[in-house]
Design a protein around this ligand. Structure first.
Ligand code: AP5
Length: 221
């Protein structure tokens, strides 16, 4: 089996994590989220976590060398994966190319979720997460059944520390300046597919399956 190696690209709050979770659940392709790895390190209070927190709370990117070695550790033994939130600038994309070449692997597809800045703000200010089982909710589009409690484990939901007006503004600025140039980078490699991420989660998932249908067909053969 060849295996699918995907990158999910898009602004903060585009729904990368939501869609990667669905694809992982349906097709068993492992989601590797650099944001989740870093948040886990912050929660554990490791040295990495202490350093990362300084950048994350300001909405800035954690240094490339730290991120690339984290990703290497996670994907070295995987045949297929979805990279969610990585790469985030051209230097990380070049680092990923070098890493994959040493592993004798190639990216199958890069999916870009196109979402407007206004929709990003609306979604992120309404996002709540379960600190226990990590499920993600949205008070507007995907609320929990009982007020601010996780449907699965009953834990009180929390707001991510970077989901506030000021940090969201900075994350968007960093995204437009540093991450958006990756569209051209992957366009040139002819592996970029664009999706309208402003639709509801089901509509976005259907669009995702449509652009991946040939790759998923090959995977299942
Ligand atoms: P990270 O955790 O990667 O955050 P992000 O890229 O800002 O993305 P988000 O997790 O906020 O959004 P998402 O697109 O996954 O949306 P979600 O599905 O949750 O990074 C955080 C920080 O870590 C960075 O700022 C940086 O400091 C550091 N970092 C991480 N990776 C790094 C790297 N490679 N290099 C350097 N630093 C790095 O959805 C959002 C909300 O919307 C949810 O409430 C959801 O329920 C809802 N929703 C989802 N889809 C829809 C829809 N279609 N319609 C309506 N609502 C929806």
């Amino acid at each position: 089996m060849e295996g699918l190696r995907l990158v999910f690209l898009g602004p903060p709050g585009a729904g990368k994590g939501t869609q990667a979770d669905k694809l992982q659940e349906s097709f068993g392709i492992v989601r590797v989220s650099t944001g989740d790895i870093l948040r886990e390190a912050v929660t554990q209070g490791t040295t990495l976590g202490e350093v990362a927190r300084l950048y994350m709370d300001r909405g800035e990117l954690v240094p490339d060398d730290i991120i690339i070695s984290l990703v290497r550790e996670r994907i070295v033994n995987l045949t297929e994966f979805i990279l969610d939130g990585f790469p985030r600038n051209v230097s990380q994309a070049e680092g990923l190319d070098r890493l994959l070449s040493t592993l004798n692997k190639e990216l199958t597809r890069v999916i870009y979720f196109n979402v407007t800045d206004d929709e990003v703000k609306r979604r992120l200010l309404a996002r709540r997460v379960c600190p226990q089982c990590k499920r993600v909710y949205n008070l507007i589009t995907d609320p929990p059944k009982v007020d601010e409690k996780c449907d699965f484990c009953g834990t009180t939901l929390v707001t991510r520390t970077d989901d506030n007006d000021e940090t969201i503004g900075n994350r968007l600025k960093v995204y437009h300046e540093q991450t958006q140039p990756l569209l051209e980078y992957y366009e040139k490699k002819r592996i970029l597919k664009r999706i309208d991420g402003d639709m509801d989660p089901k509509g976005v998932y259907n669009a995702l399956l449509e652009v991946l249908k040939d790759d998923l067909y090959k995977k299942e053969r």
